[in-house]
Design a protein around this ligand. Structure first.
Ligand SMILES: Nc1ncnc2c1ncn2[C@@H]1O[C@H](COP(=O)(O)OP(=O)(O)OP(=O)(O)O)[C@@H](O)[C@H]1O
Ligand SMILES: [Mg+2]
Length: 458
């Protein structure tokens, strides 16, 4: 990156794109790098700013080395208490990793991280709170389980003071709540601005890489639902975890959207209780409502989230359009996917969807993007269209192509076995000759979506 000097030798002004992190010599309406409009912010940098010094952590005096001469080492990981956070991080937090956890206000970010710190018995943890006083954190800690005698609180926003405390304490894990409240004296701008967020994150990244101590950062979410601060922050960190959930439901989901040390997209499930976030051992049960399964417009999809199968109920409502333009609404699935499935039904099954209002929902306000859910959505739409319930205890699992052909999703057996465990007795999906299928579950393999209608309703 290039920084441009302005006026004084020590203070430099740059205009940083909020979307892509590119620097510009002067302000302009459109970023010449990524093409976004109105994303440039003025950043004043002093010569002692780490971000301006350009050297990446751990690369001082680096000389090129032959890849073949290096010895591969297994990443050492710090196991966190509980299964869900470890699962999403790919088996614990790697040494020296910088992990960003983002979520809407009040979703439970501080609760999750504080309860993690409280349960890390035998590990020294430094919990830096830039948003709340020690008393507020203590009040929260009192209602959470766990009592780590080696947990230190630091209500501080000055990144230099935080790093000094880290060097004195030698913690095994540092938690910073939140990156938007930190500031560095090297910059004149206010906390939360693009320059400050980038500078503070760079300082913490350097600390993590140099000492091998993992750092968990809390990040705010903007009105639009993306992580606040420069996009470059997401590039900088090793993993980005999104914390989401519906206000009207007790459950919360953590989802890894980026992970340099493990697979994505893994999901972790929690339930918000008075005593903090309780892990959900059987998430499939959370998104199935037994009372509604006999109603028209309901189909159960066998999805796969990372390594774990998850059953979820798809609900559809198809009604004659009351107004001129038919309405389309999708909650939990991509709107474009719904349009595509409706077009396939219209064309390949001769259904008149064009004159209908169509609403599709995933139970519990869950948001998923597994293409293996296509058939369940189609089955729910058919059931709603004909106002006829689907066969009881049935699962649907297949991806739909534009031609209407059904495709096998990955790990079919894994998905069906989860269905069998949850009491399902029949499955509908793509033809699966040669595939190992669980015994005790009748599987109906179909080649084309047009076969679904006679198979389901005779
Ligand atoms: N006494 C309580 N009993 C049950 N739930 C509580 C209690 N106190 C707080 N909560 C839950 O915890 C949530 C707040 O959690 P937390 O402060 O961890 O969120 P956060 O994501 O850190 O929010 P912020 O963005 O404001 O920092 C509340 O929305 C509420 O659901
Ligand atoms: Mg908080």
């Amino acid at each position: 990156m290039v920084y441009f000097a302005a006026m004084s030798k020590k203070v430099r002004t740059a205009y940083v794109c909020n979307a892509c992190g590119q620097d510009h010599a002067k302000w302009q309406g459109q970023c010449s790098s990524c093409g976004e409009w109105n994303t440039l912010s003025e950043v004043r940098l002093e010569s002692n700013s780490v971000a301006a010094s350009r050297s990446l952590p751990g690369t001082q005096q680096a000389t090129p080395q032959l890849l073949s001469s290096l010895e591969g080492q297994e990443v050492s990981r710090l196991r966190l208490p509980g299964k869900e956070l470890n699962r999403v991080l790919g088996g614990g937090i790697p040494a020296g990793a910088l992990v960003l956890i983002g979520g809407e206000p009040g979703i439970g970010k501080s609760t999750l991280l504080l309860q993690t710190a409280l349960r890390m018995l035998g590990s020294r943890v430094l919990y830096v709170s830039g948003e709340e006083s020690s008393q507020q954190v203590k009040l929260r800690a009192d209602r959470l389980p766990g009592d780590n005698p080696d947990l230190y609180l630091l209500p501080e926003t000055d990144v230099e003071a935080i790093l000094t405390a880290c060097q004195q304490l030698h913690p095994a894990l540092v938690i910073v709540d939140s990156i938007q409240t930190l500031y560095s004296g090297a910059l004149e701008s206010a906390p939360g601005t693009v320059g400050q967020v980038r500078e503070c994150a760079t300082r913490l990244l350097r600390y993590a890489k140099e000492t091998g101590v993992p750092v968990l950062l809390v990040g705010h979410i903007t009105k639009e639902g993306s992580l606040a601060g420069p996009k470059v922050l997401e590039h900088m960190v090793d993993a980005v975890i999104e914390f989401e959930g519906e206000r009207h439901y007790q459950y919360r989901v953590i989802r890894s959207v980026k992970n340099r040390f493990g697979p994505t997209p893994e999901l972790g499930f929690y339930e918000m209780q008075h005593t903090g976030l309780k892990e959900v051992a059987n998430p499939s049960a959370l998104f199935l409502s037994s009372s509604e399964s006999a109603a028209a417009g309901v189909a159960v999809a066998a999805t796969l989230q990372g390594q774990r199968p998850l059953l979820v109920e798809c609900q559809a409502l198809v009604a004659d359009a009351a107004y001129g333009t038919p309405q389309r609404s999708a909650n939990g699935i991509d709107m474009r996917r719904l349009s595509l499935l409706l077009a396939v039904l219209e064309k390949k099954c001769n259904l008149r969807m064009g004159s209908k209002d169509v609403f599709v929902n995933l139970a519990g306000g869950l948001r998923l993007d597994d293409p293996g859910m296509d058939l369940a959505i189609v089955a729910a739409l058919l059931s709603a269209y004909f106002d006829t319930p689907l066969p009881p205890h049935a699962l649907f699992v297949a991806e739909l192509s534009l031609t209407g052909a059904l495709r096998l999703p990955v790990r079919l057996e894994h998905r069906l076995t989860e269905g069998q465990r949850m009491g399902f007795i029949r499955g509908f999906g793509a033809q699966a000759s040669g595939q190992a299928l669980p015994e005790g579950l009748t599987y109906h393999g179909l080649a084309h979506v047009a076969e679904l209608l006679p198979t389901l309703f005779g």
